[in-house]
Ligand binder design. Sequence first.
Ligand SMILES: [Ca+2]
Ligand SMILES: [Ca+2]
Length: 120
Amino acid sequence: MKNVKIAVTVAALLVSGQALAQKAGQTRAEAQAASAKKFRSLDTNGDGKGSPAELLAFMTKSAEKRGETMDQAKVDRRLKRLDTDGDGYVSAAELAAEDLAKFDKADANHNGVIDADEAP
Ligand SMILES: [Ca+2]
Ligand SMILES: [Ca+2]
């Protein structure tokens, strides 16, 4: 029974890791499109700005999908990191900057595609 529990925990870790990781075969344009899509689901009132409340709702929803909880401090830290122009909101460009920075980090040989050996 103990082994079963460990297997389930490992599987859960793998799934949550995959949610954050870049996919093999993904191009930079796809990463950009995925980021734009993410922004649209973040910006629920469609005003083009991700407010702190929208970010909280968005992060809570994705944490719940992973079976985790979200707290305000985490959201505040994330907003501070994302909000590079300091206006208190996350813009599509700010979100894309973070997502593409992640992509570029994963794309070790800078060919614009996440190769199989670059996907974690
Ligand atoms: Ca908004
Ligand atoms: Ca901003």
